[in-house]
Design a protein around this ligand. Structure first.
Ligand code: C5P
Length: 228
């Protein structure tokens, strides 16, 4: 089964300080979003990509991808990430009515290795309703209260950090979004809320989320080393 992939990139977040939305920040001259969509399509298990862009940037985003020869549908996003995914999901269901596997991928994780993308799709195709790539936690993690005083030390061995693409049986994700409250930062979290089990597959260091200028420097290295 080949998946439909959704990339919510409708935020105006400018935390990287480039004066443009994060998805448009360049790595070696090419936007994060472009790298991300290309990575999805090159993995060989994605047949269609739907990008949610800021409503005023639908045309420019479509033009950006077109200029790189990357086929993707660009739709207007919503007021928050949840709404953007919901709108992209609706579009995906309309244009690919027989879709069964759907991925939701962060544009900021644009160097996710193909084997991670394939492992997520394969696990959903094999019957898991929801699958996320995860890594073990290297640092000890503390739970703190509002003033930073430590409340507890969860057992690190039982913790994982979560990456994307997250993969879902389309019917499951659609139901999770139909029943979801307002804002979720994590699609699998919505699926957990409706009582559906979420499976994990191994993630990869290169699937890191590019959030800070430091991350961007690492991304430049990953790309220049020819490993992504
Ligand atoms: O701003 P924040 O970090 O919450 O954004 C997380 C992701 O959700 C970003 O990739 C952003 O582009 C996306 N997003 C979206 N639609 C919004 C807000 C954020 O697709 N209205």
């Amino acid at each position: 089964a080949r998946a439909v992939a959704i990339v919510p990139a409708a935020g105006r977040g400018e935390r990287l300080g480039f004066g443009v939305p994060k998805a448009l920040v360049p790595v070696r001259g090419t936007a994060l979003l472009t790298h991300a969509v290309r990575g999805l399509l090159d993995a060989g298990c994605v047949r269609h990509v739907v990008v949610a862009a800021p409503p005023t940037e639908v045309e420019s985003t479509a033009a950006l991808l077109r200029a790189e020869g990357i086929p993707a549908d660009v739709v207007a996003g919503g007021a928050d990430r949840t709404e953007s995914v919901r709108l992209a999901l609706r579009h995906a269901t309309k244009v690919i009515p027989d879709a069964r596997v759907v991925l939701v991928h962060d544009a900021a994780r644009c160097f996710t290795p193909a084997h991670v993308i394939r492992a997520v799709v394969a696990a959903v195709a094999a019957g898991a309703p929801a699958v996320i790539p995860v890594l073990p936690v290297a640092d000890t993690v503390k739970q703190v209260d509002f003033d930073g005083t430590v409340l507890a030390t969860p057992d690190r061995a039982a913790l994982r950090v979560v990456q994307t693409p997250q993969g879902f049986d389309l019917a499951t994700l659609t139901r999770a979004y139909a029943e979801a409250g307002d804002s979720a930062t994590d699609d699998a979290g919505l699926v957990e809320e409706i009582g559906v089990p979420v499976a994990t597959v191994p993630g990869h260091a290169y699937a890191m989320k590019i959030t800070t200028p430091f991350d961007l420097a690492i991304a430049e290295f990953v790309l220049s080393a020819g490993v992504a």
